[in-house]
Design a protein around this ligand. Structure first.
Ligand SMILES: [Zn+2]
Length: 247
């Protein structure tokens, strides 16, 4: 059942996840279809009330020291299109980009952005957070989260922003051979924990990798993203409960 839910979620992600994802109920980031109500909006969203939900606050003092293996990142394919699904701006990738963790290969499907950040680090929120979404051949998901802080402009965002659809449901082709390596920090040190999708259906069993070091976007790039989304697109942090956070 869990795997089925993950597959459904992956299918929704791959399809671009409209506001009415996979036939499920309409959800938003505020009001009576907001995060506090997701679990009861639709029977498919019941996992939103689960014990291993994302995002979380990463408390670096209580995180457990671990010998985390480097994530093998092999981002060789290019982006194909950028879409506005009403919840996020999403960049889809051609097949061929992968990461390897836990001796398992996961293929990069897309990345998308939230503002402000969803995960927080020692209670600190960042102006944007980027999620690289990967799936293995069984539909299990692994997400790499990267924080943005204000600073130098990011050249890949500059190319994406030029094509970013202003209207929900629209998409534009991307050319220029953009690879996801363009949104990775130099240092690949990371925090590791188990969590969920941060949007309905909130499926659990997602391997989360949050990079310790942020990358930068310019003040104008951050502003332009906020104006395009019109409203914050972050789910509030969820209880960590019994989960270990490794550092
Ligand atoms: Zn996300």
């Amino acid at each position: 059942m869990k795997k089925f839910a993950a597959l459904l979620a992956a299918a929704s992600i791959l399809a671009g996840g409209s506001a009415y994802a996979s036939g499920g109920g309409h959800w938003t980031y505020s009001g009576n279809t907001g995060p506090d109500h997701w679990a009861t909006l639709d029977s498919k969203f019941s996992a939103c009330a689960g014990m291993n939900q994302s995002p979380i606050n990463i408390d670096t003092k209580t995180a457990i020291e671990a010998q985390l293996d480097a994530v093998k990142i092999n981002y060789t394919s290019s982006s194909t299109e950028v879409l506005n699904n009403g919840h996020a701006i999403q960049v889809n990738f051609a097949k061929g980009s992968t990461i390897t963790i836990d001796n398992t290969e996961f293929e990069l499907k897309q990345y998308h952005l939230h503002y402000p950040s969803e995960n927080t680090i020692n209670g600190e929120s960042f102006p944007m957070e980027l999620h690289l979404v990967h799936a293995d051949k069984n539909g299990n998901l692994a997400v790499i989260g990267i924080m943005f802080k204000e600073g130098a402009a990011n050249s890949q965002l500059a190319a994406v922003w030029k094509k970013m659809p202003r209207k929900e449901g629209e998409k534009n082709a991307l050319s220029g051979d953009l690879k996801a390596t363009g949104v990775l920090p130099d240092s690949k040190d990371y925090y590791r924990f188990n969590g969920s999708l941060t949007t309905p259906p909130c499926s659990e069993g997602v391997r989360w990798i949050v990079m310790k070091n942020p990358i930068t976007a310019s003040k104008d790039q951050i502003k332009e993203f906020e104006h395009t989304m019109h409203h914050p697109t972050n789910r509030p942090v969820q209880p960590v409960n019994a989960r270990p956070i490794l550092k």
